[in-house]
Design a protein around this ligand. Sequence first.
Ligand code: FE2
Ligand code: FE2
Length: 252
Amino acid sequence: MAILRRANQRLLRRFPGGNRYYLAGSKTGSRMLHVGDIRWAPGSSMPCHIHPEPKAEESQLMLEGELELTYEGQTYTMRPGDVALAPPGTPHAWVNKSGKMARMITVFPMNDPSTKDVEPPPIKNGPQPRGVVFKKDMKLFEFQPGIMRYDLVTEAQGAKSTFFSMLFFEPGSKAPTHYHPATEEAQFIVKGELTAVYGNEVTVCRTGDLYLAEPGLRHGFTNKSDQQAVLLAIHPTARVERVLVDDTDLPY
Ligand SMILES: [Fe+2]
Ligand SMILES: [Fe+2]
């Protein structure tokens, strides 16, 4: 099963002071996605770089702490819930000046993007790029009864092949069982516990687990716990095709 439990994920050095849980990519059998969970020690930094492949648009979601982002010559302080989308070839740099640990989820709609260091572009003043979105400017809406959702990265931010959202499942809530005919979906449990349909099986996913649904695989989540659960849903396409299916054959 393509569910990678936190205990089986590899935490590897990505850059000095930066360690990454490798959640999805070619090494986990994903053909369409790369997902990482990066911990930034105080003082750590990722110098100005690009991801050159034509499909390598990078979505970066802050989960904990505070990082400084330099993006096309402008600098922003990024906090939990804030998102930056770097289209392919867009220079970006990150540094942790906060004195505390920080944490970020990074997503690409391809499985093995490369990273190339580049000279930082000149500092400039200008309007906020549409790829930088602060949590305070996002709309939380009801997706299903008991499930609230933020859409973090969509075509509105300039995404060409990413759809990335965050869902809050209250106890008892259920996301309808469905599949995506042509694309994978990575689903990461940020917090809590969800009971999941995986094809013809039912399993429980917990904090830190990564669930990869292959194209055509039936999947869905129900919160059978008594606590809120938080899920990231990550698609390697900006326009998600979703086919609802029956799940009454399952003990679910
Ligand atoms: Fe990057
Ligand atoms: Fe899905």
